[in-house]
Design a protein around this ligand. Structure first.
Ligand SMILES: Cc1cc2nc3c(=O)[nH]c(=O)nc-3n(C[C@H](O)[C@H](O)[C@H](O)COP(=O)(O)O)c2cc1C
Length: 405
């Protein structure tokens, strides 16, 4: 059975949802699933913008058969050759032997590398700024290198104002019938997953995203729709999501607040982290969150670090080093280019506490624009009530920094 949504008079969403995939990129948990968006333009030419993951191929084909209704598919525009969008290309090429391919030179190279057999299909190589008319609709192709992969391009339909934005503006989560941002409470139900998607999938490439945002800004009021490869289509309040992307890609926090992330084996570090979080809330901070590094997937922690201005890392000492899950988080922050955050550290050790010094060094030497607040709080196995004043002093320093005092 087909499942399509009309986007504009001649444009249709023909993608599919996957609610069975446990891990996106075999890394990131997606308990709410994922959508693979694909779009069909039925103008004088029938144009497919991207395909879907192999798991969603059958749905894509049924959607296309339904809408084409015996008519041939004329073009496939490939914005991104990653297999979650390119894997079903072969089935489309085999089904419509006359279909022509439109992509960047690098995307065609990747297509060959992934083993897609396109013999007999005309290849139209496009460069940044090239334009093509498909009938009433004239589309401009804009390269967006490293907005995830180097071959990426986006395209802009001048007629409808639709930006096919590839992985930019994507979101984790299956669509479940709702396609447009105004059919859902995005801020309540989707923003956290959108941020987690951005931070972990695109987050490393803030500069590339900024370049794309400038191209989008140059479109001005002509930009009416954003059609990403995952998640909702934006047809209203575009500024809201463009502003989020602007903040995230500048590595600016969305909120002034503190993520307290602790690594603890026997509960003593956890207890101190709990007390610190409570002390921060008592000082009037409303954005305080507390996370166990061992039981929270690192993708959520990265997302929280992108959201908030301050991070407290509380970690036991482990073989004279940082607790391994906390070290993983720090390394992920470095890999994803986390910048411009204020950190505080709390360490624990029974015979030679060392994790605080190492975390402080990592933050100041490995993460661009990040600063370390004093004092560092050192626990020797546990924090006795008699030392509560030291925890209060750390809370004072963090709260003052958050409030900009
Ligand atoms: C495998 C292992 C290695 C450890 N290495 C160190 C160490 O190098 N230095 C130290 O002071 N404590 C070390 N510890 C002890 C813990 O850091 C310490 O007991 C801490 O208080 C535990 O805090 P928790 O109750 O939050 O788990 C180690 C513990 C384990 C299990």
């Amino acid at each position: 059975m087909y499942c399509v949504r009309q986007v504009t008079d001649q444009l249709y969403w023909v993608g599919a949802n996957d609610r069975r995939l446990p891990l996106f990129e075999n890394i990131h948990p997606i308990p709410r699933g994922i959508s693979y968006n694909s779009y069909l333009l039925l103008d004088e030419a029938a144009v497919l913008f991207d395909t879907v993951d192999w798991s969603a191929c059958r749905q894509l084909m049924e959607n296309l058969e339904h809408l084409l209704d015996g008519r041939a598919l004329d073009y496939v525009v490939i914005h991104h050759m990653e297999p979650d969008h390119g894997a079903s290309l072969q089935a489309v090429l085999d089904r419509w032997p006359g279909v022509k391919l439109v992509a960047t030179a690098m995307a065609f190279r990747f297509l060959d590398q992934f083993g897609v057999s396109s013999a007999g299909h005309e290849r139209i190589t496009v460069k940044d700024g090239d334009t093509r008319s498909f009938g009433k609709h004239t589309v401009t192709f804009l390269t967006a290198p490293m907005v995830h992969w180097p071959e990426v391009m986006v395209s802009f339909d001048q007629t409808t104002g639709a930006l096919f934005s590839a992985d930019a503006f994507g979101t984790f989560g299956a669509l479940n019938g709702r396609l447009f941002n105004d059919e859902m409470d995005f801020d309540r139900d989707w923003l956290d997953e959108a941020r987690r998607y951005y931070a972990n999938i695109v987050g490393k490439y803030g500069d590339a995203t900024q370049t794309l945002l400038k191209k989008a800004a140059a479109l001005g009021d002509e930009l009416k729709l954003i059609c990403p490869l995952h998640g909702p289509v934006w047809r209203s309040d575009l500024r809201y999501f463009l502003d989020k992307y602007d903040k995230w890609s500048r590595y600016e926090p969305e909120e002034k607040g503190v993520a307290v992330i602790y690594g603890s084996m026997y509960g003593n570090t956890e207890q101190a982290a709990d007390a610190l979080a409570a002390a921060l809330v008592e000082r009037g901070l409303t954005q305080v969150s507390l996370w166990d590094v061992s039981s929270t997937h690192v993708s959520h922690l990265i997302s929280e670090v992108f959201r908030l201005s301050h991070v407290v890392l509380a970690s036991v000492t482990y073989n004279m080093g940082i607790y391994p899950p906390t070290l993983d988080l720090l390394e992920d922050m470095r890999a994803l280019n986390v910048q411009n955050r204020t950190f505080a550290v709390l360490e624990n050790g029974t015979w030679a506490p060392k994790s605080g010094e190492l975390m402080g060094k990592f933050v100041t030497e490995e993460l661009a624009g990040c600063t370390l607040l004093e004092p560092k709080l050192t626990l020797k196995s546990s924090l006795p009530a008699a030392r509560a004043g030291e925890l209060e002093a750390l809370a004072d320093a963090i709260a003052a920094s958050v409030k900009g005092e």
